[in-house]
Ligand binder design. Structure first.
Ligand code: CMP
Length: 141
């Protein structure tokens, strides 16, 4: 009980979850695992299958995206959504650029999460659209 409520307190600080109700945050706390990883840890490998969505609580990650570019991702941002949405391989390699604390959501839990908190789906779609434009070269990162 204590662990769940401390996890909800943690989720309240993550910008991706801003605006969600206490009940929704409680459901997310139930569906997501919290992990800590050291700098240099590889979290996704381009071309390989991927089964998790990661939400950054603390620390920085670097994604090696299309055309040899790198994108830094920080607290409140997420990655790994593309493989969960379409079942395809990872589109980029993502590594921890510092010690990190993350929430990890598995494939089945991801769909439960979207049902529990529909506004999250819209937020994820917005970011996906931006990443697509970015990959197409129609905006500068
Ligand atoms: P996925 O393809 O599952 O695994 C690699 C992740 O890197 C991908 O999901 C996105 O979350 C992230 N990613 C891919 N391209 C970009 C980009 N242009 N900007 C930011 N993140 C990206």
């Amino acid at each position: 009980m204590f662990r769940r409520s401390s996890k909800v307190a943690l989720l309240q600080k993550v910008s991706l979850f801003r605006g969600l109700s206490g009940k929704q945050l409680d459901q997310i706390a139930r569906l997501a695992d919290e992990i800590e990883v050291p700098a240099g840890k590889r979290l996704a490998t381009a071309g390989e299958s991927g089964y998790e969505l990661f939400v950054i609580i603390d620390g920085q990650a670097v994604a090696k995206v299309a055309r040899g570019r790198t994108v830094r991702l920080g607290p409140g941002e997420f990655f790994g959504e593309m493989s969960l949405v379409d079942g395809g391989p990872r589109s980029a390699t993502v590594e921890a650029a510092s010690k990190m604390r993350l929430l990890v959501v598995g494939r089945r839990e991801f769909w439960q999460l979207l049902t529990a908190a529909p506004p999250l789906g819209l937020k994820i779609m917005r970011v996906l659209s931006r990443r697509l434009r970015d990959a197409e070269g129609s905006v500068s990162a």
